[in-house]
Design a protein around this ligand. Structure first.
Ligand SMILES: C[S@@+](CC[C@H](N)C(=O)[O-])C[C@H]1O[C@@H](n2cnc3c(N)ncnc32)[C@H](O)[C@@H]1O
Length: 281
């Protein structure tokens, strides 16, 4: 079996697996392809090489996607519950504050956005104080963050988001439609292999540490490549276990070192649960 056949076989196995079948196929192909090429020279002839690659690929997919959910949500059930609660209101009379109340428990399903819930009231206000209210935003590797659209303070912002989780993307679009949030849309996309469109502001929220596991130095490459006026890059300041272990300082130092030769203007905003840098391009 040559490398191409081996990659195809591992990709097919992962696409059929219960846990990972909902991941964007281009991400699975990219992850498996990179792993096989990296390991082929030294380990190719070892027995069970395909199985080892499959295990490694699944581990990486868990690390970059699955680890942010305590357990995989049943999005159909969550949507049904939300629809029932929403149906109890007169949709012409329901105000933004009530909609936010309905959305908040859903934000608690994913750790990255859950940590943001306590700062949401000031999060976009402080960011837009630097960027101005943008006409358009692209949110890459969005997780459940599209559901924070109502906290942005303007429903005129054209908001587009992407993630590698197809089920999550379908769920988010259903919720946005149900709540008649017309200017926000979510699509399936991988920042490491898809094309980039222009937006006034691009969000890379808590993404850079996750990208380093996938491709070394890809964070800086992305920052340089993305067409926009402002980039909003953020970092978690607590570990997934909830501990504060000097992460703000660690990520601040790393980020500053990373962009020091780029000559770009950056503004730091330190929130209680997130470290944000706004980069003017
Ligand atoms: C740490 S979470 C951040 C979620 C969101 N940006 C936030 O801060 O709430 C990482 C997210 O990145 C997505 N992801 C990981 N690698 C990706 C890639 N190469 N392209 C697009 N999305 C990716 C995962 O599916 C997951 O939803």
């Amino acid at each position: 079996m040559n490398d191409k056949e081996l990659i195809d076989r591992v990709v097919e196995n992962i696409k059929k697996s219960k846990k990972y079948k909902g991941i964007y196929f281009r991400t699975i192909e990219r992850v498996v392809g990179d792993l096989v090429l990296k390991n082929a020279q030294t380990n190719r002839l070892r027995q069970g090489f395909g199985l080892v690659m499959e295990k490694k690929a699944k581990n990486l997919l868990h690390q970059i996607w699955g680890a942010f959910y305590a357990s995989q949500p049943d999005f159909d059930k969550v949507f049904l519950k939300l629809s029932q609660m929403y149906a109890d209101f007169d949709s012409n009379l329901i105000g933004i504050e009530k909609l936010k109340e309905l959305i908040l428990p859903i934000l608690h399903l994913q750790s990255s956005v859950k940590e943001r819930t306590s700062i949401l009231d000031e999060f976009y206000q402080k960011i837009f104080k630097v960027t101005g209210i943008p006409g358009s935003i692209i949110d890459y590797a969005c997780g459940l963050n599209p559901l924070t659209y109502l906290w942005m303070g303007s429903q005129d912002i054209k908001y587009q988001a992407y993630d590698i989780d197809q089920k999550e993307v379908g769920f988010l679009n259903s919720v946005l439609k149900l709540l008649s949030i017309k200017n926000a849309q979510v699509g399936v996309g991988d920042v490491l292999c898809d094309d980039f469109k222009y937006a006034d502001v691009v969000f890379l929220l808590k993404l850079l540490p996750c990208l380093e596991h996938q491709k070394k130095d890809s964070g800086l490459e992305l920052i340089k490549k993305l067409p926009c006026k402002y980039l909003v890059v953020s970092f978690p300041i607590k570990s997934l276990g909830g501990k504060n272990v000097g992460m703000a300082e660690f990520y601040r130092n790393n980020f500053k070192k990373m962009v020091e030769n780029e000559g770009c203007q950056t503004t730091e905003i330190l929130f209680d649960s997130e470290l944000v840098f706004v980069i003017e391009k």
